[in-house]
Write a protein that binds this ligand. Sequence first.
Ligand SMILES: *Cc1c(COP(=O)(O)O)cnc(C)c1O
Length: 354
Amino acid sequence: MKKHNFSAGPCILPQEVLQKASEAVINFNNSNLSLIEISHRSDDFVAVMENARSLVLELLGLQNKGYQALFLQGGASMQFLMVAYNLLNKKAAYLNTGTWSSKAIKEAKIFGDIVEVASSEDKNFTYIPKGYTIPADSDYFHCTSNNTIYGTQLKEFPSFNGTTVCDMSSDIFSRQLDFSKFDLIYAGAQKNMGPAGTTLVVVKESILGNVNRVIPSMLKYKTHIEKDSMFNTPPVFAVYTSMLTLQWLKKLGGISFIEGVNNKKAALLYTEIDRNSLFSGVVEKDDRSIMNATFTLTNESLKSKFDAMWKEAGINGLNGHRSVGGYRASMYNALPLYSVQALVDVMQELERIS
Ligand SMILES: *Cc1c(COP(=O)(O)O)cnc(C)c1O
């Protein structure tokens, strides 16, 4: 039986997407050729890239608004430096909400002055700082919408008049936002979209071309825009699988539909964490992530019993990140409600027998 997959990333993808992707590896579009053994310049693959890029803008509501969607390589981690390379002249403002933000800050410091407008490091990133000011002369403001490791999520974004950049790796396509408030969004594919190997970048073209430095071709957004995201060989399997996931999401009813499902899943689990005295949530309630729920046992001596029980129930990927400990249930778009119910059942069973 298929496992209940709560893995934080790479993570669960829709079963029908995996089915279609695996078929295309053997016989792509009835060509009697594999997706991964044909030219990326073939009509069939060019159509995949175009479709994937346009589905991104359609689902985000960013069509005809001056944005370009790109499928690049190097992971979200490459974007930590590409963002600064392409946008940072003198000074940029960063909100530090965890490991990924910290890594983005480290890379950006190579290119200019970084103002850390606020940080939640004092409490091991268990909350989202609020009420900070962003210097008006910042070239851009950078934030991380969802903190995969700690299980916090920005519910509101600061109103900043300048360029706004957001790492949405772990909650893109999971909830409705006014995406036009962002000038550059990036997300590694392996949480909510597809396999590792491609990174989605959605960028407003008008913010580019304002830095003085020479940017190597591969690290320059304009290169990839001019070449329709095909400057060099794209990761064809990752892009194709991402396209299938985007089609799946569109067919279901898009982000507004999946947001409803995601809210139900999160409510089911957080209600149990709060109700069951054997468990406690790790982060501030107001800042809880809908995607990644972190929690601990209130009685550590139950650990081996609980671990055996959830494994027995067919649950996978529940261990917390090594820097946080405890448990983390990642409830990405493709995770069904019944998988969350299976976890809640185990939590209630532990309570019953303890
Ligand atoms: C996973 C993750 C990253 C790192 O992504 P890579 O593609 O492995 O570089 C960056 N930011 C966030 C928020 C993540 O969840």
